[in-house]
Structure formats: structure tokens, C-alpha cells
Design a protein around this ligand. Structure first.
Ligand code: HXC
Length: 269
């Protein structure tokens, strides 16, 4: 099956997020940047948080044509004081936060018996602890504003299937799914919707090296029923739908966008 070309443009009415503010962790690259670009095209101002100032700056440049206000804040989401500082900057600059996207993550393949405590902490710290720190800080501002908001976290289907050699990420993503479902109920009366998006293998610059080797690439492709990788734009469009008013009755959901990959686990080689 041919690769899906990257489509540009938005799926939703331009302007449907106008004047709103979206904080996107891991927003300088990959899926996080794709979501930033998509919500900016829909009119939202964007706050990009990530560890590397030079990547943040390049992302800000790339978003210039959208015309929205882009704030970059170097942040390691594993550090609660840095997360507090991030949301203070958002409040000082914009005076509001309407959307949080938890896209910051890190991962590596390792035999579990060889995984060090530091390695575990590095991944669980960014994926699970970072998601909680950011969600808590954003949630407090959304509650105080009386306007509510939307929170979206990026997860992976191995959160429920298991995933050999990625026990740190599996455990952390499972925690994020549980956090999503819990807060969806707990914070609904504040007008805050909390959902997760679960991409399958997606053609990002971070993930591409994982299937650089042609044999690995074919093995991964064979597991995906539609026969191709997902694109960043497809994932970003699904994210922007969940963040938009068109999804106002969707709460506590984990939307899988993986070409049917996880349903076939165990059925194919
Ligand atoms: C083994 C590793 C390791 C690796 C880090 N560690 N990377 N062990 N293999 N590749 C261990 C270190 O040895 C150290 O433990 C501990 O983790 C902390 O590592 P540091 O490098 O000091 O920390 P830090 O820079 O914060 O590392 C963050 C990280 C790292 C997440 C652990 O791997 C990283 O920065 N990754 C970014 C790139 C990335 O995650 N790409 C994947 C994105 S795409 P010791 O005990 O030695 O001190 C993706 C999609 C997957 O995830 C899709 C699958 C289908």
C-alpha cells in the first residue's frame, strides 16, 4: 500500500480555536509540534514547552506564518519547579490557558532486567510524573478561571496490551490512561474535558530511526492492517478535533489512531 502523503490544511473550520491558548509539552518536534501547528492554524495561541531552547526557537520560527502568538518556555517536565514556572509564564503572558497537550515523552528499548533505576525514573518521570505536574498546574488555572478547559495526553496501546522491552514507558502510559479517566470524571463539573490520543507507529523524526533498517520497517508495516505508517498531520487533526468544541461531549476517551495495529497484536507475526 502506498505511503500516505502529508496533507496540509485543517479539518475543522479555521478560527474555531481563535483567541484561545494551548500549552503543548514536547511541542518543539514530532507529534507535539504537529499538534501545535494544527491548533495554530485554527487560531489558537501556542505555548511550546520542551527541554531544548534551540529546538523551541526553530519551532517558533516555523509557526510564524500562522500569525498567532507563540511563546516558548524551556522546561523539563520532570522538574515540578520548572512546570510551576512554565504556567506562571503562561499566566503572565496570556492570562489564560484553555488547552493542555501532554506530548513530552522519552523512551528506549531495553531488557527489563537491565533497566537501571535512573533509566526507569527518566521515562516514568517525563511521561507519568510530568503529565501529572502539568495537568495539575493547568487544571488549577482552568478551575480558577471558571472557563474550564481541555486536557489531552498522548499515550500508546502498549498501556493495555503490554510491550516487552519498554516496561518503563508501558507502566507510565498505563498510568496516564488511568489519570485521564479519573480526572475526566472528577473535573467534568469544572468544565474541563480530559482525553487521551493513542497514535500507532507514526512517521516522526524521533521514531523513524527505530525502523530505519529495511527488515525492521517491513516487520512493523506487516503489523499495521492498513499497511502504512500514520502521518503527523493525521494525528494532529485527531488531536485538534478532541480539543475543539465539536468534541464537547467526548470526555475520558482514549482515541486510537493506528490503522488497526493494536487489534491485530498477536494475530500476525
Ligand atoms: C539504555 C538508556 C538509554 C538507552 C537513557 N538511558 N537512554 N539506557 N538505552 N537508549 C538510561 C541512562 O543510561 C541513564 O541511566 C538514564 O536512562 C537516564 O539517562 P540520561 O541520558 O541521563 O537522561 P535523559 O537525557 O533525561 O534521557 C531521557 C531518555 C532518553 C528518555 C531516557 O532516552 C532520551 O532523551 N530520549 C529522547 C529520544 C526519544 O525518547 N526518542 C523516542 C521518541 S519516539 P544510568 O543508570 O546509566 O544513569 C517514540 C515513539 C516510540 O518514543 C514508538 C514505538 C512504536
Amino acid at each position: 500500500m502506498p505511503e500516505q502523503p502529508e496533507r496540509s490544511g485543517t479539518m475543522l473550520p479555521p478560527g474555531c480555536l481563535a483567541g484561545q491558548v494551548a500549552v503543548i509539552t514536547g511541542g518543539a518536534s514530532g507529534i507535539g509540534f504537529g499538534i501545535a501547528r494544527e491548533v495554530a492554524q485554527l487560531g489558537a495561541h501556542v505555548v511550546l514547552a520542551g527541554r531544548h531552547p534551540e529546538k523551541l526557537e526553530a519551532a517558533r520560527e516555523a509557526l510564524k506564518p500562522t500569525g498567532v502568538d507563540v511563546l516558548t518556555v524551556p522546561t523539563d517536565v520532570r522538574q515540578p519547579d520548572q512546570v510551576e514556572a512554565l504556567f506562571r509564564s503562561v499566566s503572565d503572558h496570556f492570562g489564560r490557558v484553555d488547552m493542555l497537550v501532554n506530548a513530552a515523552a522519552g523512551n528506549f528499548i531495553v531488557d527489563s532486567e537491565k533497566l537501571s533505576v535512573n533509566g526507569w525514573n527518566a521515562v516514568v518521570g517525563s511521561v507519568l510524573h510530568g503529565t501529572f505536574y502539568c495537568t495539575r498546574a493547568a487544571g488549577l488555572q482552568m478551575i480558577a478561571s471558571g472557563r474550564g478547559g481541555r486536557i489531552l495526553s498522548i499515550v500508546a496501546s502498549y498501556a493495555w496490551t503490554g510491550g516487552p522491552k519498554t516496561v518503563h514507558s508501558v507502566a507510565a502510559k498505563a498510568g496516564v490512561v488511568a489519570l485521564t479517566r479519573t480526572l475526566a470524571v472528577e473535573w467534568a463539573h469544572y468544565g474541563i474535558r480530559v482525553n487521551a490520543l493513542c497514535p500507532g507507529p507514526t512517521d516522526t523524526e524521533g521514531a523513524r530511526p527505530l525502523w530505519e533498517d529495511p527488515e525492521t520497517r517491513q516487520r512493523v508495516l506487516r503489523r499495521i492492517p492498513v499497511g502504512r505508517f500514520g502521518t503527523v498531520t493525521e494525528v494532529a487533526q485527531a488531536a485538534s478535533y478532541l480539543l475543539s468544541p465539536y468534541a464537547d461531549f467526548i470526555n475520558g476517551e482514549v482515541l486510537v489512531i493506528d490503522g488497526g495495529e493494536w487489534l491485530g497484536k498477536g494475530l500476525t507475526s
